[in-house]
Write a protein that binds this ligand. Structure first.
Ligand code: BDR
Ligand code: CA
Length: 360
C-alpha cells in the first residue's frame, strides 16, 4: 500500500471507531435501553457554564462521574478547585476533585476573565468555602490512573484549557489506547473566535496543549463555537428549573445572572450561549448534534495563535501539517430545542443525595 493509502486507511479506521462509539450511544437513549451509565471524568475550570455543565453530568442517569479535575482558566486554579468542591457538595455527591495545572504548557498564563465569570468564577456570588478538600493526586495522575484501571470505558469531557490532558499524555504516552473518547468544548472551525477573530478561549489559553490533544490518536469530538453559539439558555428556563428543583436551580440561577448580563452587554439577546453544557449533552445524547470529520491542528504562534484549523480530506490528503492527523469529529449542527430540553429536564430532576464515603 502507498504511504498516502495507509495514512488514509488509518484516518478512516479512527473515524469508523468514532461512528461506532456514537451509534451505540444513540441506541442507548433512543431505545430506552438500561445499559450501564457512561463513565466520565470531567476536566473543567469552573466557571459559570462549567458549573452548569458539571451539574448536568452529576444529575444525569446516563453518566457516571468518576471525578472532576480542575485547570486554570475562567478563575484562578484555587478558586476553580474550590468551586468544583462547592458544586459536588451542593447535591451531596461523593465524587473526588483533583487539582490540576496552574499554567499553560509554554505560553504565559493570562489573567482570568473576571468580566465574564466574576472574580470568584461564580458570578461574584461569593459563596461560603466548601467543607471538602481536593484529593492528593494531581489531575493528570488521576486521569491516568482512572483510565488505566477501567480500560476502554472512560470518556474524558474537557470544558477548559487542555493542559491537564496534555500532561496526562506526557505521563502516559499510551493513554489514547485506553480512553473510550475525548469530548471537548473548545475551538471554532467555521465561525469566528470569542477571544480573537479566530481563537476560542479554551484553545487560545493553551494552544500547545490543544494541538497535542487533537493529534494524539484518540477519538476526539470538538464541540466548539460552531454549535455552542447557536443555542441560548434563557432566564425563563433557569427560573423553571429553580421552581422544580430549588437547591440546584437556585444556585444555577444565581451564578448565571452575571453571565447573562455579560452576554447582554455583547448584544446577545435571549440568554447565554451554551458552551460547556453542550459538551456534556454530547456525552449524554450525541444524536442532538451533526458531526463531520476533519483533521484539526492548532496555530501555536503568530496572530492566529489558538485558531483551530480544520482540514477536510481535500487538504489532509496532501502533504503538510494536516497529513496523517487522526480525524476529529467536529460538531457543526445542533438541535437547539433538543439540547435545551435535555438540559432543563436533567437539571430539574430531584434526586436523593448519595451516601458519604464509607466510615472506617
Ligand atoms: C469557553 O470559555 C470559557 O469561558 C467557558 O467556560 C467555556 O469553556 C467558551 O469559549
Ligand atoms: Ca469552561
Amino acid at each position: 500500500m502507498s504511504n498516502v493509502g495507509s495514512h488514509t486507511g488509518r484516518k478512516i479506521a479512527l473515524w469508523i471507531l468514532f461512528v461506532i462509539v456514537h451509534a451505540s450511544g444513540g441506541l442507548v437513549i433512543g431505545q430506552g435501553d438500561h445499559r450501564a451509565p457512561i463513565k466520565v471524568i470531567i476536566d473543567a475550570d469552573p466557571g459559570i457554564d462549567d458549573a452548569i455543565a458539571i451539574l448536568t453530568a452529576l444529575q444525569s442517569p446516563e453518566l457516571d462521574v468518576l471525578g472532576i479535575t480542575t485547570v486554570f482558566g475562567n478563575a484562578t486554579l484555587d478558586a476553580g478547585t474550590q468551586n468544583a468542591l462547592r458544586i459536588v457538595e451542593l447535591g451531596g455527591w461523593n465524587v473526588p476533585v483533583a487539582r490540576g495545572a496552574e499554567n499553560p504548557l509554554i505560553i504565559p498564563a493570562g489573567d482570568p476573565p473576571d468580566f465574564v465569570h466574576g472574580s470568584d468564577g461564580l458570578g461574584n456570588t461569593n459563596m461560603p468555602p466548601p467543607k471538602g478538600k481536593h484529593i492528593g493526586q494531581s489531575a493528570a495522575e488521576f486521569i491516568v490512573e482512572t483510565v488505566r484501571s477501567d480500560s476502554g470505558s472512560v470518556t474524558i469531557v474537557s470544558l477548559g484549557r487542555l493542559t491537564n490532558l496534555a500532561l496526562a499524555l506526557e505521563l502516559d504516552p499510551d493513554l489514547p489506547k485506553y480512553v473510550k473518547e475525548v469530548i471537548l468544548m473548545g475551538g471554532a472551525a467555521t465561525v469566528a473566535g470569542n477571544v480573537t477573530p479566530v481563537a476560542e478561549a479554551n484553545i487560545w489559553g493553551d494552544p500547545h496543549a490543544a494541538d497535542i490533544v487533537f493529534t494524539a490518536g484518540w477519538p476526539v469530538t470538538m464541540v466548539g463555537l460552531d454549535v455552542t453559539t447557536q443555542v441560548r439558555l434563557s432566564n425563563d428556563i433557569l427560573l423553571r428549573i429553580k421552581q422544580r428543583n430549588p437547591t440546584i436551580g437556585t444556585f444555577i440561577h444565581d451564578i448565571s445572572q452575571f453571565y447573562l448580563a455579560f452576554y447582554e452587554s455583547l448584544g446577545v439577546s435571549g440568554g447565554m450561549f451554551v458552551h460547556d453544557p453542550s459538551a456534556v449533552a454530547f456525552a449524554i445524547d450525541p444524536t442532538i448534534f451533526d458531526v463531520e470529520p476533519f483533521a484539526v491542528r492548532v496555530a501555536i504562534e503568530g496572530i492566529a495563535i489558538g485558531q483551530t484549523i480544520a482540514a477536510s480530506e481535500l487538504h489532509s490528503n496532501r502533504p503538510g501539517p494536516w497529513h496523517d492527523i487522526p480525524a476529529t469529529g467536529v460538531a457543526l449542527g445542533v438541535d437547539a430545542e433538543g439540547l435545551l430540553g435535555l438540559l432543563e429536564e436533567t437539571l430539574s430532576r430531584k434526586r436523593e443525595p448519595e451516601e458519604g464515603p464509607d466510615q472506617p
